[in-house]
Write a protein that binds this ligand. Structure first.
Ligand SMILES: [Zn+2]
Length: 348
């Protein structure tokens, strides 16, 4: 199995993170990706640097104005008097404003609010470069499936599944999984499934494919009534128009352990089997772990091994895209156990 990893991720060092009213150190740190890369090396997996991302593949998912904001915003922000190093919004267009015709001006303060969903996605001068590198990993992984590979792992940092087409959020800027899906579609595969097992709902991915029948999005996550992203991730959200019933949310009670988590994953896998996709993109987060600092779920390392085996049993070309997981000291073990199960199934 090919692994794609861009060492350039390390230039992205977000500082701010708002939690319970306090600004704290951001825990989406470079050490996360380094721990995962070390685990790959220890497993003897070959790690390749991806070629630069094809801009058109990113524009196939993300809004042009938003991409310009990510690229040029930090310089405009730095020109503000007494500005912080990172862009952090102080106002967002609320639904009433949108209903009344809200629009975004060219000013960087307006753009900061327009193009971000929360305070967990600070944008520094190096953020866009790192996000492009992560997207490049996802595209290289998609490319290896297009060439006939059975499995690939895109070791993406920053993660992507909370990013909408025109909005950053929750440590995510470019939606790496969605960019890979779109590349697979444009290569001629008619139907793609996404299985998101990060402990947070994959709200960005859901939003991007909400009205589409050619992509099935499945997310297994902690109950959004008590966990990020708070407003969406409910079982009642099923997609609309042509995409009706092509979105499946499987929220779990806070504190759920292996059995409930694996049962939900099996429910998702059954839906993917019925959908008859030609390829699978897994949004692979490790924050369902019992060791996670802000955990909503309590999944063991053995649970991750069983999830890997269950996913491999679909026998579909599969791209693993790294999402969250912040227990740095445990990430290597969790990845190794997941791949024990997954690669054992792929090779059988
Ligand atoms: Zn997460």
């Amino acid at each position: 199995m090919q692994v794609f990893f861009d060492p350039g991720h390390a230039i992205h060092r977000p500082e701010a993170f708002l939690m319970r009213g306090r600004l704290r150190a951001n825990f989406e740190v470079p050490a996360r990706a380094e721990a995962l890369a070390s685990a790959c090396r220890a497993m003897g997996l070959a790690i390749g640097a991806p070629p630069a991302a094809d801009t058109r593949a990113i524009e196939a998912v993300h809004d042009g104005g938003y991409l310009s904001f990510l690229r040029d915003g930090p310089a405009a922000w730095a020109a503000l008097p007494e500005a912080s190093r990172e862009i952090l919004a102080n106002v967002h267009p609320v639904p009433e404003m949108v209903q009344n015709g809200a629009r975004c001006s060219a000013g960087i303060v307006a753009q900061a609010g327009w193009y971000t969903a929360d305070l967990a996605c600070p944008i520094g001068p190096d953020t866009f470069g790192a996000a492009l590198g992560a997207a490049a990993c996802a595209l290289a992984g998609a490319g290896s499936l297009i060439e006939g590979g059975r499995a690939a792992y895109a070791l993406c940092r920053p993660p992507g599944h909370h990013a909408y087409a025109a909005r950053a959020g929750g440590h995510c800027y470019l939606n790496n999984a969605a960019i890979a899906v779109e590349a697979l579609r444009r290569a001629g595969l008619p139907r793609i499934a996404v299985l998101d097992i990060d402990s947070h709902h994959g709200n960005g991915t859901q939003g991007i494919f909400w009205s589409r029948a050619d992509v099935l999005t499945v997310s297994v996550h902690g109950d959004p009534n008590r966990y990020y992203p708070w407003f969406v991730g409910h079982a009642s959200e099923r997609g609309e128009g042509a995409g009706r019933d092509c979105n499946l949310n499987l929220p779990l009670a806070i504190g759920s352990t292996d059995e409930a988590w694996l049962e939900a994953i099996e429910t998702g896998i059954a839906a993917i089997r019925r959908y008859d996709a030609q390829a699978l993109v897994v949004s692979l987060g490790f924050d369902a772990s019992v060791h996670e600092p802000l955990n909503a779920l309590a999944v063991s390392a053995e649970g991750f091994a069983r999830a890997g085996a269950a996913i491999a049993a679909l026998h579909q070309p599969t791209l693993l895209v790294q999402e969250g997981g912040y227990a740095v000291d445990h990430l290597g073990t969790l990845l190794a156990r997941f791949l024990d199960g997954f690669l054992g199934g792929v090779s059988s």
